[in-house]
Design a protein around this ligand. Structure first.
Ligand code: ATP
Ligand code: MG
Length: 354
């Protein structure tokens, strides 16, 4: 139990989630970080036993019991906790028995969000990929653009000199293909322009995308909206946002085939780190499809250009989307298995400290 006012204030300002249990494993205190991490309110859970609060986590109760019995501190990693409203979190935690005259036998539990730890490790890999992508794109664009211009010019001159219509057809093909390559290179270079940011409503953008995608598809693909209407507007370049999200949605449509289902879910997330920056508030957009999943052999490279699992794919959709979202300070991640592929787009709203 926390007696003095000052200790209570300190307790609540800790960024680590801290819980205290008595010898019967009843929760006696939880700080604000703990309430945030575990999506509970102290008013509702203080006084309850650990197993009443998290009935699905016998491992947690077991650890508390062991630490209490042995009076030894314990550390556990990767405990999965089912939270309210269908949310879940994976945590690492330590249990320390505290035994003094003031507080006979209490257990101090410190928890950290392991989802964040895993996410940061993955994210660093993604950002490195992103830099590799940029370098490759720049290099290729240089190498392709100049000879392409020469090739096209020469074919045009040649076409004018030729009197034979059948031969002129060949020059037309050269010019046509050179133009196609030019568009490809332009597509790879386009995202380098800085975003022109305005206030954008994410749901308005998603509805616009739905209308585009619904017009394109003939099969009976169902789009399910699961929006959180409380999300504030974000500062973004609407065109770039549309391009990025369209690339992700088109992939989902291509993956599900006929009678598939695509869910668009938006949620606010608090206290999220993207890159090295910490944000108070972030939009989390999940594009979920029930298709066969990303082919395992390309899974690690899908954010690199030219990596494709489709016969007629160019493999540019995702690297471009990743670049555009990163220009907005955000990040795209994915989690894929047969029957459920989730592309998560993180878009920052509010920086920590203003
Ligand atoms: N939702 C998804 N489900 C299954 N596989 C996917 C999904 N999204 C992407 N992929 C895989 O990742 C690959 C790369 O996607 P990306 O959008 O970068 O290129 P692409 O779709 O092949 O070509 P394009 O440049 O036309 O978009 C795809 O070819 C596909 O194999
Ligand atoms: Mg694509």
């Amino acid at each position: 139990m926390i007696k003095s006012e000052e200790a209570r204030r300190l307790f609540d300002h800790l960024t680590t989630a801290v819980l205290m249990f008595d010898r019967e494993l009843r929760l006696v205190a939880i700080n604000t970080s703990g309430e945030d991490l575990l999506s509970v309110s102290a008013r509702h859970v203080v006084g309850l036993k650990a197993q009443e609060i998290w009935p699905d986590a016998p491992m947690f109760t077991g650890t508390l019991e062991r630490s209490s019995a042995t009076q030894e501190p314990l550390i556990e990693r990767g405990m999965h906790l089912q939270l309210a409203l269908g949310k879940a979190v994976t945590v690492d935690y330590t249990v320390t028995p505290v035994n003094d005259e003031e507080a006979p036998m209490e257990l101090l539990v410190e928890l950290i969000n392991a989802d964040v730890r895993r996410r940061i490790a993955r994210e660093e890999a993604l950002i490195t990929q992103h830099e590799a992508v940029r370098a490759l794109v720049r290099g290729m664009a240089h190498e392709i653009k100049n000879p392409l211009g020469g090739l096209r010019g020469a074919a045009q001159l040649l076409g004018r000199e030729l009197n034979n219509a059948a031969l002129a057809e060949y020059t037309r093909i050269i010019i046509g293909e050179a133009d196609r390559l030019q568009r490809l290179v332009d597509r790879m270079l386009a995202p380098h322009s800085l975003p022109k940011k305005r206030s954008v409503n994410i749901h308005e953008v998603l509805e616009y995308l739905c209308s585009l995608v619904e017009a394109e598809i003939t099969a009976e693909v169902r789009i399910v909206r699961d929006y959180d209407p409380s999300l504030p507007e974000l500062q973004a370049d609407r065109e770039q946002l549309i391009q990025a999200l369209l690339n992700i949605m088109r992939n989902a449509v291509e993956a599900v085939g006929a009678s598939g289902e695509i869910t668009l879910r938006t949620r606010p997330e608090r206290q999220i780190t993207i890159g090295q920056k910490r944000y108070k508030l972030v939009i989390r957009l999940d594009v979920i499809d029930n298709g066969p999943g990303i082919p395992p052999e390309i899974e690690h490279g899908i954010f690199y250009p030219m990596v494709t699992g489709r016969a007629n794919g160019t493999g540019l959709g995702l690297p471009i989307a990743q670049m555009l979202i990163q220009l907005h300070g955000g990040l795209i991640e994915f989690d894929s298995q047969p029957g459920e592929t989730v592309f998560t787009v993180w878009l920052p709203l509010e920086r920590e400290n203003g």
